[in-house]
Design a protein around this ligand. Sequence first.
Ligand SMILES: [Zn+2]
Length: 245
Amino acid sequence: MDVKLTVLGNHGPYPGVGGACSGYLVEEGENRVLVDCGSGVFSRLQQYTGLENLKGIVISHLHSDHMSDLLVLRYAVDIMQNKKRMDAPLNLFVPSQPEDDFDRLNYKNAFNINKISKDTEIDIGGLTFSFRKMIHPVLTFAVKVKGKGGNIVYSADTSYSPELIDFASGCDLFLCEAALMNRDMGENPVHLTALQSGDIALRSGVKRLLLTHFWPGYNVEEVVAEAAAVFPSAEASVAMRTYDV
Ligand SMILES: [Zn+2]
């Protein structure tokens, strides 16, 4: 059985025209888990699955471009519970900070909220999720998903991190943010440049590199070319495309 990754949205920190921010559906057989839920993701998710068929939602960090659609998705859960189409809260796994953002998630009986800490390893519907803390202004975790058929590492948001190289080591599919280009790196970047994404992919020995978290102001082909200078098979993730892992 193959693990599949569907890219629902790959923009950040805001969606470009017709786009959506970070959101990725991971599936193995009937097991479906949503990873991140930025603006526009819930609408696109419903083209693939209803909420009643989702085993859980994992959020890498509480920046709005990775979680804002949770604030409307929870209304849908509540309504489905009232209509008896869902009989339990949806399992939600999120970092516990920033506290104000964490506290906002609690709504009626919509979510069964679990805090992610550094060492959490959890089984969600037969897929194993593990986490590694990244370098970003809020508590942020890279996410590893292991299924029977393969594994995926998702960088979340981070500046250059040796921890990410270790965490992604040898993975089948490396979904890595490339929010910046080298020319715009500045002195204290909170994101990776495409060049750094390629470098991390090379050092980790990943089998496949898919770039994501595209800033709408960039030409994606140029972003990919920058990463491909060090990791020649680098690809742009394509929204609404499903990848076999
Ligand atoms: Zn962020």
